[in-house]
Design a protein around this ligand. Structure first.
Ligand code: IVH
Length: 688
């Protein structure tokens, strides 16, 4: 029998899609400036997948569809590193950095009789993730592994293939240079703060334990035996070194960082070649100052002697190279003492133990409370009232207790039991079998109502400007608001009658409420607070159903047929829409004039906002908004925020004390907005 032949148009289409998807990955991950929307990218991917399913012969091993993961393994094979992947010496003070340079100079003088006055250093952020090596043969992804003990790690080829920033084939840039015939590149796989927070929110929605920090999340995601799980995790990569290379010579670290992106391999968007140690220390200080604003966690700066020749002369000790050092940022862990353990009731009724602590500064922020997550976690860590504890802040998450310092436990330290009833409404608490969470089952519990309303108004949900925690509390306490629709019926007089609320703020709030009446459907669905329906699932549902009505009428079968919606999520959605109270709550919102905007309509109507398709980069400090607020505002109007300036950047928003991005933007001819111009642009959007 003949093989069924593939229609030429299918073959051609598959090739085009594969090529374009490869290019889009490079735009996105290397240049940080995507040229198509995520939705368009997904559509192309689905089309290619369908073609490959129809004609399996089309599915080449480097097809972009291969990023979905392969069937689970029983265990990992070993992955050998040649030469070994070394670690880095650490320094925490400027003196230690100076001593490092002195040692290197002395070594060169004594061993080679070479007198070096100053070194050129290439400085990069020290990213906090998992070190990996990826091997390319003739430009094709071949295999990859973890660092392990430096000599051999685990072969995680399947998992690395799912990381979208790691090209499955290298680019051959026009005008060269061609990628090396053999290239082992080394770098860090990490999770940015946003991805980390989203993953943790999703895990909490699914009642799975959250990851303690982005590093653990990245490592845990990469070391999955089932690469299909890895494929769902928002992992990124930055390469910073090479192992064995054949057919190319890197003259310096800066040459390496310039070359890798040409072949489609991402490197850190920020790095600098410094002419001496003083400039390197300046770079450190700049990064330290911007630490909280960076999209990902960094635990310091790595200084590398730039010249490869000098690197080779300096060589390594058994542990670490003599030509590089990690200059670490101050720790974001501290110790303090637990003064009390209280219980908070969240919007799903979950009762969470919280440690109240003696105030302590952690990574520049004062901390007085830390979550203990749930009953099991509290027991496992055995945290008691009076204990001295190690706490940490990571990835902007709520501070948490890492461990108890048992040697310092006072004799009268007291374990606090979980309450048998809701601390707010005294309804007997429930802990469903197999769940870690104790809950207040009363849907009218004041805490549950209050938290649901806060969630509704919050930035990620309906994003009602000015409607924060305090005001929601006041509105609930005064009896003016019982359910979300009540917000929209508030009058200026009612608002102005509240304490600390002037006429002007009342007017502002009414305007904000008015603006909030046209949310995207995804935001609207998310704001309803259906359990297990996080931001991401809300987006998926909005794309699929296009209206609340259609979503509310979907049956189990239809729901689970939606990619990423499992039986648990489907059940929650069904339960929500079959409950008379929740249905009434949704209807009341629609009657109050809230009109969720369907993504389906937006797509074919081509409407969009003035910001859609525009890409912004932020630099310096704005007086009126934090970085994340500015970013949220841009995104709310359909714009996109990137971390570095490229020729595809539409606007650079420059606040006080702008960084080097300003120069970059000027040299690329990117339009620059000062804070006033930016605010005017935003208010035009709000008004329209
Ligand atoms: S260079 C010989 N550069 O830090 C060169 N390492 O403490 C060795 N790391 O295992 C590594 N960012 O996981 C280098 N820009 C960077 C880095 C970096 C993070 C990690 C890497 C390494 C560890 C050593």
């Amino acid at each position: 029998m003949n093989e069924p032949s593939i229609p030429p148009e299918d073959e051609k289409r598959a090739q085009t899609l594969a090529r374009e998807l490869h290019d889009h990955n490079i735009h996105y991950y290397v240049h940080d400036s995507p040229v198509v929307s995520d939705a368009e990218y997904d559509r192309m991917m689905r089309e290619l997948r369908a073609l490959e399913e129809k004609h399996p012969a089309l599915a080449s091993p480097d097809s972009p569809t291969m990023r979905v993961g392969a069937p689970p393994l029983d265990s990992f094979e070993a992955f050998h590193h040649d030469p070994p992947m070394r670690s880095l010496e650490n320094a925490v003070t400027e003196e230690e950095i100076a001593a490092f340079e002195e040692r290197a100079k002395r070594f060169l003088l004594q061993t080679y009789d070479r007198n070096v006055e100053t070194f050129d250093f290439t400085c990069e952020p020290k990213l906090d993730g998992l070190a990996v090596e990826v091997v390319y043969e003739n430009g094709f992804f071949h295999s990859g592994g973890t660092r392990g003990n430096g000599i051999s790690g685990e072969d995680i080829t399947q998992n690395l293939k799912t990381v979208r920033g790691i090209p499955l084939r290298l680019r051959f840039p026009e005008g060269g240079p061609e990628p090396p015939a053999y290239l082992a590149v080394r770098g860090e796989v990490f999770m940015n703060r946003r991805g980390f927070q989203r993953l943790n929110r999703e895990r909490l929605e699914k009642e799975e334990p959250p990851f303690a920090n982005p590093r653990n999340a990245a490592a845990g995601s990469l070391r999955q035996l089932d690469s299909r799980i890895t494929a769902t995790r928002p992992l990124e990569v930055a390469f910073y070194a090479v192992g064995r290379v054949e057919g190319f010579i890197f003259h310096s670290q800066s040459h390496l960082l310039e070359s890798l992106p040409k072949w489609g391999l991402p490197v850190s968007p920020v790095w600098r070649k410094c002419a001496n140690l003083r400039e390197a220390v300046e770079f450190y200080e700049e990064l330290l100052k911007g630490r909280e604003d960076a999209p990902y966690e960094q635990d310091g700066v790595v200084l590398k002697v730039d010249s490869t020749e000098l690197q080779n002369e300096l060589g390594s000790t058994s542990r670490a190279p003599r030509w590089a050092i990690a200059y670490k940022f101050p720790a974001k862990q501290e110790t303090t003492q637990v003064e009390d353990i209280i219980f908070q009731v969240g919007r799903t009724g979950a009762i969470t133990p919280v440690a109240l602590m003696k105030p302590v500064r952690v990574g520049g922020v004062e901390v007085t409370r830390a979550t203990l997550h749930n009953e099991d976690e509290m027991r496992r860590k055995d945290v008691r009232k009076g204990d001295h504890v190690l706490i940490q802040r990571a990835g902007d998450v709520i501070p948490e207790v890492v461990a108890v310092i048992e040697e310092k436990r006072p004799p009268d330290a007291e374990a606090v039991p979980m309450p048998g009833e809701c601390p707010i409404c005294a309804t007997p608490a429930e802990r469903p079998e197999g769940e870690a969470v104790v809950r207040c089952p009363n849907p009218t519990c004041p805490a549950v109502v209050r938290e649901s309303l806060r969630h509704f108004a919050s930035r990620r949900a309906m994003d009602i400007d000015g409607l924060g925690e305090k005001l929601v509390n006041q509105l609930v306490d005064s009896g003016l608001v019982r359910e979300p629709a009540d917000f929209f019926a508030l009058s200026k007089e009612e608002l102005a009658s509240l304490e600390r609320m002037g006429e002007k703020s009342a007017e502002n709030l009414l305007e904000a409420l008015d603006r909030a009446k046209k949310p995207t459907l995804a935001r609207f669905i998310y704001s309803l607070g259906i359990r297990h329906v996080g931001e991401h699932i809300a987006e998926v549902l909005a794309e699929r159903f296009g209206s609340v009505g259609d979503l509310s009428r979907a049956d189990t079968e239809t729901l689970v047929s939606v990619h990423e919606v499992g039986p648990q999520v489907a059940e929650r959605i069904l339960r929500f829409f079959s409950d008379a109270n929740s249905r009434q709550m949704v209807e009341n919102l629609l009657s109050a004039g809230v009109e969720p905007e369907s993504p389906l309509k937006a797509a074919d109507g081509g409407g969009g906002t003035a910001f859609s398709g525009l890409s912004f980069v932020l630099t310096g400090t704005l007086s009126g908004r934090s970085r994340s607020e500015a970013k949220a505002a841009i995104e709310a109007f359909g714009g996109r925020v990137s971390s570095s300036v490229s020729k595809n950047t539409s606007f650079l928003v420059a606040g006080e004390r702008p960084g080097s991005k300003l120069k970059n933007a000027e040299s690329l001819g990117v339009e620059i907005l000062d804070e006033d111009a930016f605010e005017r642009m935003l208010s035009r959007e709000k008004g329209s």
